[in-house]
Design a protein around this ligand. Structure first.
Ligand SMILES: Nc1nc2c(ncn2[C@@H]2O[C@H](COP(=O)(O)OP(=O)(O)OP(=O)(O)O)[C@@H](O)[C@H]2O)c(=O)[nH]1
Ligand SMILES: [Mg+2]
Length: 240
C-alpha cells in the first residue's frame, strides 16, 4: 500500500531460479500488496523459489514476456497501481518508492525507470541495447513528439490508465507498446533515473545473445513502424 493505493509488482520470468528469490526478498512488502510472477513454463525451480519468497505464481504456457505480464495482471484485479520488474536482479527493487512517488505526483499516468538517465553498472547495458534504445526513442519522438530515454522494464502505471491502453503484445514489444500508446493518447509519462546492474545469475534471454537481441530488436522496431503505418492508414481512410 502506498498513500492509500494498493500496489501489485508483476515479474515476468523464464528460468530465473537463481536470481528471483533475492529480487522478491528485496521488494518492500509494506509497499507491495501483491508480488505476482508470470512464469512462462520455466524448466527450473523458478516457481518454487518465487513461492517460497512470498510471491503468487501463475503459469502461462503461451510463450513471451508480454503474455506473462498479461496473465499475471489477471490475478490482481484490485490493484490500483501495477509495477513491472525483471526477475534477474538487474533492476533494483529499492527504487520502488521513487517510482511510486513520481506516479502519484499530480497527473502522472505512467512512470518509466530510465537506466540510461540513471546509474547503469558498466557492462549491464550492451552497445546494441544502448543503440537500439536510443534509435527507438528517437523514432517515437519523431513520430509522436514524446521524449523518452529508455524502454526500461522497471515501470509503474495506474490501473485505470492500464485498462485504457488495451495492452496486447505477447512478446518483447510489451514495453514499447505501452510507451507508443501513451504517446498516441497524450498521456503524462514521467521518467525517473533508476539503478541497473548485470543480471545476478542465470542465462540471458534477450540482450546477452545475438538471437535474443535480434528477436527483441525486430519486435520493438516492428511495433513502432506498424503503429505509425496503422495510424496513417486510419487517418487516410477516415478522411476519404
Ligand atoms: N515470462 C517470460 N519472461 C521472460 C521471457 N524472456 C525473458 N523473460 C524475462 O524477462 C526479463 C528480461 O530478460 P533478460 O534475459 O534478463 O534480458 P536482458 O535484461 O535484456 O538481458 P540480460 O543481460 O541477461 O539481463 C527477465 O526477468 C526474464 O526472466 C519469456 O519468454 N517469458
Ligand atoms: Mg536482464
Amino acid at each position: 500500500m502506498y498513500q492509500e493505493h494498493t500496489v501489485a509488482v508483476i515479474i515476468p520470468a523464464l528460468n530465473e531460479a537463481a536470481a528471483i528469490g533475492d529480487v522478491i526478498a528485496r521488494i518492500d512488502r509494506k509497499l507491495a500488496d501483491w508480488v505476482v510472477v508470470g512464469d512462462n513454463g520455466s524448466t527450473d525451480d523458478t516457481a518454487a523459489v518465487a513461492r517460497a519468497a512470498g510471491a503468487l505464481v501463475v503459469r502461462e504456457d503461451r510463450r513471451g514476456y508480454g503474455s506473462a505480464c498479461l496473465k499475471a495482471i489477471t490475478l490482481v484485479p484490485k490493484a490500483d497501481i501495477l509495477v513491472f520488474l525483471d526477475a534477474d536482479g538487474g533492476d533494483d527493487p529499492s527504487d520502488l518508492p521513487l517510482l511510486l512517488a513520481a506516479l502519484l505526483a499530480r497527473g502522472t499516468d505512467i512512470v518509466i525507470g530510465s537506466r540510461l538517465a540513471g546509474r547503469a553498472e558498466p557492462g549491464s547495458l550492451t552497445c546494441v541495447q544502448r543503440f537500439g534504445n536510443t534509435l527507438t526513442c528517437g523514432l517515437v519522438r519523431l513520430f509522436w513528439g514524446a521524449r523518452f530515454t529508455d524502454l526500461g522494464p522497471f515501470r509503474a502505471i495506474r490501473r485505470p490508465v492500464y485498462e485504457t491502453l488495451q495492452m496486447a503484445d505477447p512478446d518483447y514489444g510489451w514495453t514499447i507498446e505501452m510507451q507508443v500508446k501513451a504517446a498516441q493518447r497524450g498521456l503524462k509519462v514521467v521518467e525517473v533515473p533508476v539503478s541497473y546492474r548485470k543480471r545476478q545469475a542465470g542465462q540471458s534471454k534477450v540482450s546477452g545473445t545475438i538471437i535474443g537481441s535480434w528477436r527483441a530488436g525486430s519486435r520493438i522496431l516492428g511495433y513502432v513502424f506498424a503503429a505509425k503505418a496503422n495510424e496513417l492508414m486510419t487517418r487516410r481512410s477516415g478522411g476519404s
